[in-house]
Design a protein around this ligand. Structure first.
Ligand code: BES
Ligand code: ZN
Ligand code: ZN
Length: 483
């Protein structure tokens, strides 16, 4: 898709179609379509297609960024079936111009996203050219430069999300840890500012990453530890992301029931997000050093599989009692977080589809933010709110920590209670965070929103790129606000 910002009146732009946004269900100003509105019983909610006048009406519920995204996503979804090449629309300005343009572009891009490579019928849309006029729907003074910045952010954010979605949607027989490593290498080969190092199992052995290795043992595919880095000159700080890259989670010997195993190709969403974030950071040319560490493996069954009752010695030297092999993500993350701390980050963020409990607790739309530093969590939460990613803070508490105590090892990989599973998983990870990084660490459980079995809002079925926008927004915030 090509986005063109035109510093001119909408009427002087030539395009095959026009999107008109309807606010407050007010249809009075559109005399050309009154008959159609009546005939189709359109009251200003959702969309209305006027083929005769080549206009698509789309409701804008409010000037909130999320409603801006939705209005354009709905519009694009309706138009992409038509045999047209271009569409024009007025820009919408909410609270901040940059964010508004960013949201508009995201709306188009999320509305356009489809993963249909395995279908005989390919529905590729001819609608590629989007003209956005300076002639805004709600008259406001604004700095044109900021419109261009927002336009660029929107494209970077959307492309990063598409990149993550394509990884997550790819099927497990194709998308193995080897493929994930190839994608990471390709990312660095296509972008001179990103470097990539892939570590194989002999390195993991050498590094004593026994928790990570145990999860991999019954898989026919070797594990990969992926390290992507972006190091600009004069970076003001160093942020390290750690992603759970389970290319398939069968549950291992604590095998998942059939219904729950389905969709577990999406257990690589944290890793995909970590890769997408570094791609976005580089395209934004941020003055922050960023690393992405991804632990890529499958969790399978077999004669050599790791077992409930095993005790594993992690890279940090903390011993782990395995009580359930389906709590594998935290084992891989434990060793990856250990590796990540050696990079001495100013901020350490892990992203993982870690627990079903998080989905039960927060619903399918919302990620959890956890950590030890309340100010950091609050800051991150505030920024995430405008990003399009939904998230909420879950607080640690000392009583829950009791639940992951083990009789035989330093910590158990499974809580002794059915309740509070998202937080006990977060607390498990906390056992691998060294004292000096306790306040610099955030854990994001994206299990709910990472993968959809039913489309909602402007998201289509399947992967959503969860975590990418909130992290990129937070990095932009850091870049602007930290000395
Ligand atoms: N990958 C799953 C978590 C998950 C569930 C992600 C649903 C997305 C949707 C994770 O590895 C897992 O199986 N966790 C177990 C932990 C339990 C055995 C302590 C869970 O949540 O049931
Ligand atoms: Zn699992
Ligand atoms: Zn998992």
């Amino acid at each position: 898709m090509i986005f063109n910002f035109k510093e001119e009146d909408i009427n002087s732009i030539n395009a095959d179609f026009e999107i008109i946004l309807i606010q407050n269900k007010n249809l009075n100003n559109f005399s050309q379509s009154q008959e159609l509105f009546k005939l189709s019983n359109y009251k200003g909610e959702g969309i209305c297609l006027d083929l005769q006048n080549k206009v698509l009406y789309s409701e804008l519920k409010s000037l909130d960024y999320e409603d801006i995204r939705l209005a354009f996503a709905n519009a694009y979804k309706a138009l992409k079936k038509l045999d047209i090449q271009s569409v024009k629309t007025k820009c919408v300005i909410g609270q901040c111009i940059v964010n508004s343009f960013n949201a508009m572009i995201q709306g188009f891009s999320f509305g356009a996203y489809e993963f249909n490579k395995y279908k005989k019928e390919q529905t590729s849309s001819s609608l590629k050219n989007i003209f956005i006029s300076k002639d805004e729907i709600n008259n406001k003074d604004y700095n044109i430069q900021e419109a261009y910045i927002g336009l660029n952010y929107g494209q970077v954010f959307s492309n990063a999300c598409d990149f993550a979605k394509n990884i997550v949607n790819e099927i497990p027989q194709i998308y193995t840890p080897v493929k994930m490593a190839e994608d990471a290498l390709n990312l660095s080969q296509n972008d001179s500012k990103i470097s990539c190092k892939i570590y194989e199992s002999d390195f993991l052995e050498q590094e004593k990453m026994q928790a990570f290795l145990a999860v991999n043992r019954a898989s026919v595919h070797p594990p990969k530890l992926i390290h992507l880095s972006y190091k600009p000159q004069n970076a003001k700080m160093k942020v390290v992301f750690v992603g759970k890259g389970l290319t398939y989670d069968s549950g291992g010997l604590s095998l998942k029931p059939a219904d729950y195993m389905l969709t577990m190709k999406s257990d690589k969403s944290g890793g995909a997000a970590a890769m997408a974030i570094i791609k976005g950071v580089s395209e934004l040319n941020l003055d922050i050093e960023v690393h992405s560490i991804i632990g890529a493996t499958e969790n399978m069954i077999g004669g050599n599989a790791y077992k409930p009752d095993d005790v594993l010695i992690s890279r940090e030297g903390v011993s782990i009692e395995v009580r359930n092999t389906d709590a594998e993500g935290r084992l891989v993350l434990a060793d990856c977080l250990s590796f990540a701390q050696d990079l001495k980050p100013d901020l350490l963020i892990d992203l993982a589809t870690l627990t079903g409990a998080c989905v039960v607790g927060l619903g399918e739309y919302t990620s959890a933010i956890m950590g030890n530093n309340e100010d950091l969590q609050n800051d991150f939460f505030k920024v995430s709110k405008k990003s399009g990613d939904l998230a909420t803070i879950l607080h640690f508490n000392p009583h829950l920590k009791e639940l992951i105590k083990s009789n035989i090892a330093d910590v158990s990989n499974t809580s002794s209670s059915r309740y509070g599973g998202a937080i006990t998983a977060g607390l498990f990870l906390n056992s691998f965070i060294r004292e000096e990084f306790k306040d610099k660490w955030l854990h994001l459980d994206i299990a709910g929103p990472a993968y959809l079995e039913k489309a909602w809002g402007y998201h289509s079925f399947g992967a959503t790129g969860a975590g990418v926008r909130m992290c990129l927004s937070y990095l932009l915030y850091l870049s602007r606000n930290k000395k």
